[in-house]
Design a protein around this ligand. Structure first.
Ligand code: S3P
Length: 177
């Protein structure tokens, strides 16, 4: 039987992609990167989609992708940081799986994202203050969307993955590292 899906949600830079890669490797699941899937489908980078068509259009693409993903099982999905801002997106995630919120402090996030220019929301706002304020604005959406919350500050990738696997699948899974 294929495993129920894991949807990793949370702010940019909380490690969703890294953790999705490691969990999918350990459990032989399929890794889906929402941003990568959207960029490939459109034949454009996320930055260019925002520039050419605007944020609302990008949000529609996210919603469409989540509808498509509902049909599949055995996936670890790394969701875009804003995907939970629409409640219907969250409903669609929960139809086929568990939502796991990764959290980190604004300082940790800043250190992880400061040299990256692929995130239109942060491109002209690369400060701890901006990250902190946007995180506060979104906190309620993240927390209410989450089935499970995992704090990542000070933990290794391995520790985070073990915590998630244990909490989502319990003892049905024996670790292979
Ligand atoms: C966004 C997060 C990004 C990407 C887009 C918008 C957001 O994904 O979807 O730049 O609004 O938080 P990551 O969280 O994977 O960086």
């Amino acid at each position: 039987m294929e495993k129920q899906n894991i949807f990793l949600i949370g702010f940019m830079g909380t490690g969703k992609s890294t953790i999705a890669g490691e969990i999918s490797r350990r459990l032989g699941m399929v890794q889906i990167e929402m941003d990568t899937a959207i960029a490939e489908k459109q034949g454009m980078s996320i930055n260019d989609i925002f520039k050419e068509y605007g944020e609302a259009y990008f949000r529609d693409l996210e919603s469409d992708l989540l509808i498509e993903l509902q049909k599949k099982k055995g996936m670890v999905v790394s969701c875009g940081g804003g995907a939970v801002l629409r409640s219907r997106n969250v409903q669609n995630m929960k139809k086929g799986g568990k939502t796991v919120l990764l959290t980190a402090s604004p300082e940790t996030i800043y250190q992880r994202v400061k040299r990256n220019h692929d995130r239109p929301i942060l491109n002209n706002n690369m400060t701890v203050e901006f990250i902190s304020e946007l995180m506060e604005k979104r906190r309620q959406s993240y927390e209410s969307a989450a089935d499970i919350i995992i704090e990542t500050d000070g933990k290794s990738v391995s520790q985070i993955c073990e915590e998630i696997i244990q909490r989502v699948y319990g003892n049905e899974h024996i670790f292979t590292i």
